[in-house]
Design a protein. Structure first.
Length: 352
């Protein structure tokens, strides 16, 4: 352990994953043999650039990296069929940057378009004045008392890149345009700022994600823990005056945590309605049917397949559920119908 020179901290590129950790809390560098845990902050040196050549800063800017640069990231597992499968290593030896949002792990496998991960060399865990490792969980959102939003809509999907985020963001816009104060939450996934900022761009008054709950990634996090964090994130939105919340659940229904969450009564009981995003008709039909069998109130299908009118007609005919293109997700009549699913428990901000 050594006292850390402030200039070292200040010149390092701090990643989005560590955004809740004030830099002045970092006091020491712990370089002796340790087994890192998910969420532990690490100061690492870039050794060789791979598929991730930029790191996402807390501000949202994607800063270019060069070999020799020092970065502040968090250890975490990653599950991303279109990118990396990776796990927190058992030591502080060389590993990889497996997400631009700042996740350190050892990559086990990756999609063939990725070309290989960026190699990093941990210099040491970042610690507090008591010489204990700092973990982003130490800075998680505290328990929030009070009610949740009156209506909560979820967006599930077939996989990465199925159109979940744009579906969720467009729903945010539809409800916002109708006069509601809308909050957005991404409750699972891998640390990245792009989705929360998109929600802001589409009108969300408040945005939270699982990093606010202290997770760099939710892969291999117990579903009950995720449910507890979801409850708190939604109460945070409710406490900030949001009457409607739109939540996004990462990856597809075959991903372990997503499958477990979708099947729980605890999640279903807080949802007013569920949308399903897919890239093709067969995936849309299968996924929407699975959610319906689990007891979800499936409102409709959307996502990347809506780029094709033929795919939309196939999905609607085979599933029996309506398919909504993006512009239809902001249709005032449809938005009013969806809001009515909450039982008329609230009014628009304009009507209050």
């Amino acid at each position: 352990m050594q006292i850390l020179d402030r200039t070292v901290v200040n010149r390092a590129k701090q990643a989005y994953s560590s955004r809740r950790v004030p830099l002045d809390e970092i006091k020491t560098l712990i370089s002796e043999k340790r087994r890192p845990k998910s969420g532990d902050l690490v100061l690492a040196r870039v050794v060789k650039l791979g598929s991730h050549q930029r790191i996402e800063l807390p501000s949202g800017r994607r800063a270019m990296m060069n070999p020799g640069d020092e970065i502040i990231v968090a250890y975490g597992d990653r599950y991303a069929p279109d990118q990396y499968e990776a796990y927190v290593p058992g030591d502080l030896g060389p590993c990889h940057l497996v997400a631009a949002g700042g996740v350190a792990a050892r990559a086990k496998s990756w999609h063939d378009r990725m070309g290989g991960p960026t190699e990093i060399e941990p210099i040491g865990l970042l610690g507090c004045a008591r010489h204990e490792p700092l973990n982003i969980g130490d800075f998680a959102l505290k328990h929030v008392p009070g009610p949740m939003p009156d209506a909560v809509f979820a967006v599930f999907g077939t996989s990465m890149n199925a159109g979940k985020t744009i579906t969720a963001a467009t729903l945010v816009k539809g409800f916002t345009d109708a006069g509601y104060r809308v909050g957005a939450a991404k409750i699972t996934g891998t640390a990245a700022g792009g989705d929360p900022w998109l929600m802001r761009d589409y009108g969300a008054a408040e945005v939270v994600d699982f990093t606010d709950a202290g997770f760099p990634s939710t892969f291999n996090i117990d579903p009950e823990t995720i449910l507890d964090s979801t409850d708190n994130l939604l109460r945070a939105l409710g406490s900030r005056g949001c009457s409607i919340a739109v939540i996004e659940i990462a990856d597809g229904l075959y991903q372990a945590e997503t499958a477990a969450l979708a099947a729980t009564e605890e999640l279903r009981s807080i949802l007013t309605g569920t949308f399903f995003a897919a890239g093709d008709a067969m995936g849309a039909v299968s996924g929407a049917a699975d959610l319906a069998r689990m007891g979800h109130r499936v409102v409709g299908i959307s996502g990347a397949l809506t780029r094709s009118p033929l795919a939309c007609r196939e999905a609607a005919k085979a599933s029996g559920f309506p398919v909504f293109c993006l512009d239809e997700l902001t249709n005032p009549e449809a938005v009013a119908d969806w809001a009515a699913l909450a039982g008329g428990r609230f009014e628009t901000a304009a009507g209050q």
